[in-house]
Design a protein around this ligand. Structure first.
Ligand code: CP
Ligand code: NVA
Length: 318
């Protein structure tokens, strides 16, 4: 064994064979160990070979970053992916998830699912005998949040005590940021137009896992929310599946654009994040997107490193 190959830590070994459905699934120690392994992969300090194992990608929605980063992460682990979709499988002709999940578990070593209703993901998890990974549902985007907090940690050298303000729709990305953020001791502020706040069930869940007692605040005014923040984060106003609400949402979200005026309220060394894809001129101005405050492409890169770490843990190591 060379110095780059060594067994996984106890916290990561505990994740072997488990699902990753929600940010609330992970303990503080598991998250910090995943972030550490991600950094090791990023800096070429660690080598893990998953042999000829196979990850099935079942995506019912478009994806650039998530799909490609899973494919490249598996390639870097010496393993493979199979690209599946409702169009190319019998899912599109009505074969039930409970049958599909049992069959695909006999071929694949893990399944990454991108779909609409979170209950579909839970149905896969119920019937699959191999780990199921949430590659985005309408409720959560946990793989995104892992990359987001790695990016923040790289910037500030720590997470605990920082303040992250999410400005925009209380959507899947916001929900996962909230759940992972409070686990890590980050103060989370959410600024959403009235009736676009995250679901009460997610906020309640976040309060129950908030061991470090970081604060959770919800605002309807983005200027109040970003005062003194270290990180400002946004996402599209209309998510995949909400295309028909685009115009109505554009109206409801007036005043929630991340522009230079808004970031001037934060600390001078504030960073701006966006999970991408972005609609410049809506949730973020082109000026801010392209500014020195943006860490958006580092964040996108980190999808690869954090998913490589996640796969290494769920698929069990060396
Ligand atoms: N951020 C993200 O998940 O991007 P994709 O939709 O391109 O996968
Ligand atoms: N909230 C967005 C995130 C895309 C990565 C969506 O669900 O479309």
């Amino acid at each position: 064994m060379d110095k780059f190959s060594k067994p996984l830590s106890k916290d990561l070994a505990n994740l072997r064979g488990k699902n990753f459905i929600s940010c609330a699934d992970l303990s503080f120690d598991e998250i910090t160990s995943l972030l550490e392994l991600s950094s090791q992969f990023k800096n070429n300090l660690r080598r893990i070979d998953l042999g000829n194992r196979v990850l099935g990608l079942i995506f019912s929605k478009a994806s650039t970053r998530t799909r490609v980063s899973f494919q490249v992460a598996m390639a870097r682990l010496g393993a493979q992916t199979i690209d599946l979709s409702t169009q190319t499988t019998q899912l599109g002709r009505g074969e039930p998830i409970k049958d599909t999940a049992r069959v695909l578990s006999r071929y694949c070593d893990a399944l990454a699912i991108r779909t609409f209703g979170n209950e579909e993901l839970l149905e896969y998890a119920k019937w699959s005998s191999v780990p199921v990974i949430n590659a985005l549902t309408d409720l959560e985007h946990p793989c995104q949040a892992l990359a987001d907090f790695l990016t923040i940690q790289e910037e500030f050298g720590k997470l605990e005590g920082l303040t992250l303000s999410y400005v925009g729709d209380g959507n899947n990305v916001a929900n996962s940021l909230l759940l992972l953020g409070v686990s890590l001791g980050v103060n989370i502020r959410l600024a959403c137009p009235k009736d676009f706040e995250p679901p009460a069930s997610i906020v309640e869940k976040a309060k129950t896992i908030n061991h470090s007692k970081s604060s959770i605040q919800i605002f309807n005014n983005p200027y109040e929310a970003v005062l003194g923040s270290n990180v400002i984060y946004t996402d599209v106003w209309a998510s995949m599946g909400q295309e028909q609400e685009q115009l109505q949402r554009k109206e409801a979200f007036k005043g929630f654009t991340i522009d230079k005026d808004l970031i001037d309220q934060a600390v001078p060394e504030v960073i701006v994040l966006h999970c991408l894809p972005a609609h410049r001129g809506e949730e973020i101005s082109d000026q801010v997107f392209e500014s020195k405050f943006s860490r958006i492409f580092d964040q996108a890169e980190n999808r690869l490193h954090t998913q490589q770490a996640l796969l290494a843990a769920l698929l069990g190591g060396l």
